[in-house]
Design a protein. Structure first.
Lengths: 261, 142
């Protein structure tokens, strides 16, 4: 049994927002297919957890789960951390350079109107952040290739990754797993991730629910904002457990720990 | 200030195709068969075969199609080395997200009524020198 198990939650955000449900728009994966997980790449994942116990019945190995939410068809999670904010800064600097060269050499790049239009395109569309919405901060609207766009409400744009805001349900109520959100220097999840430890001493299949927040671009008071949309998605854990056995040679295959002679 | 310019070529959403690859499984097996899950963002437009190696992506002339990939384990590296497809239909080119070395492949569908156009993806996996190629064919369908 591995110590850490990653569960990827891949969401077709545009479709989920359109249909107002994650059902049919979420694809779940873990890296336990060889250990018997079922429904890989579908919305019906059953995660296999192989537990083991000591001679006295207590839990012998730990299982940690980590959830990684990704946005299907958006800028991938493999770009550097804070990429969207960095793109906003890069394009601001580029627009300033263009403005400086317009002031320094007026008329060198066509009419002032044409130059200003060009600079407007370089700047793109900023997304306003408020304390209430807590959406992705300091960003601009990017298309799926990482370029800023002048957003008019119709253009295609990249979505920020989904955010898990809670993990609850049967597996938590029955104290099968203990989930919590942690801060970390993890490059993939921008510093926050949900993780859980699992009690593998009680075999069975247990459901759990993830509360997932998506963000929709919305025009409010003349500013574009990421409006949070809260949806839920279910999944299952199937826990098995077997006794921890001795594997040292010449000591038999008895249960561990070996009692004192 | 002049009115904000609108980028018209972005009016229609590009169709993103995402290949999720079990990098460890593919390296162990030497093939992506059974280790690859493909998706696109055109389910509403009629794409089918989600989560399989035979994704059928519905396209029209003028659609931009973008391919990228994700590793099942976040520590593993996967990438696309090339895409073999009928170049009279689409010519995917390798590009990078600005300011990074993270690549994607993108092209524009040249014509309608393409019927069924199969293609192959060559994947870079981990530190293996030779790309691993799809054995079952995903397709673009008209």
């Amino acid at each position: 049994m591995p110590q850490q198990l990653a569960i990827i939650v891949l969401v077709d955000i545009a479709n989920a927002l359109e249909m107002k449900t994650l059902e049919g728009n979420t694809y779940l994966f873990d890296n336990m297919k060889l250990h018997g997980s079922e429904g890989e790449g579908t919305g019906e994942l059953v995660t296999a957890i192989h537990g083991s116990y000591w001679r006295d019945g207590s839990q012998a190995t730990e299982q940690v789960l980590n959830w990684l939410p990704y946005s299907l068809g958006s800028i991938p999670p493999t770009v550097p951390r804070g990429y969207e904010a960095e793109r906003a800064r890069q394009t601001d600097r580029q627009a300033l350079t263009e403005l400086e060269s317009m002031v320094a050499k007026p008329g060198s790049q066509g009419t002032p109107e044409a130059t200003l239009t060009q600079i407007q395109q370089t700047i793109g569309t900023r997304v306003k952040t408020t304390k209430r919405t807590r959406g992705p901060a300091g960003q601009k609207v990017l298309d799926v290739t990482g370029n800023v766009i002048s957003y008019d409400g119709a253009a295609a744009h990249s979505y920020p990754p989904p955010v898990i805001t809670d993990v609850y349900g049967e597996a938590v109520d029955k104290k099968i797993m203990y989930p919590a959100e942690y801060g970390s220097p993890d490059m993939v999840t921008d510093g926050w991730y949900w993780s859980a430890t699992v009690d593998s001493t009680r075999p069975g299949t247990y459901t759990y629910t993830m509360a997932i927040q998506l963000h929709r671009l919305l025009l409010q008071g003349g500013d574009w904002m990421w409006e949070p949309v809260d949806l839920t998605c279910d999944s299952k854990l199937r826990i098995t457990s077997e006794p921890k056995r001795n594997a040292f040679t010449k000591s038999g295959l008895g249960l561990l720990p070996i009692p004192p002679a | 200030m002049p009115p904000r310019a609108k980028t018209r070529e972005n009016g229609r959403a590009p169709i993103s195709i995402t290949a999720v690859l079990d990098a460890v499984g593919a390296l162990a097996a030497g093939t992506v068969r059974g280790q690859l899950y493909m998706y696109d963002t055109n389910k509403a437009g009629g794409s089918t075969g989600f989560g399989t190696e035979e994704l059928r992506t519905r396209v029209r002339a003028g659609d931009r199609v973008l391919w990228n990939c994700l590793a099942l384990e976040c520590e593993a590296f996967v990438g696309i080395a090339g895409i073999d497809i009928d170049r009279s239909v689409i010519e995917p080119e390798r590009q990078v997200y600005p300011g990074t070395d993270v690549a994607y492949w993108i092209g524009t569908v040249k014509k309608d009524d393409i019927d069924v156009v199969p293609y192959k993806i060559h994947f870079l996996v981990g530190t293996r020198a030779e790309p691993i190629t799809t054995t079952l064919s995903p397709t673009l369908v008209g």
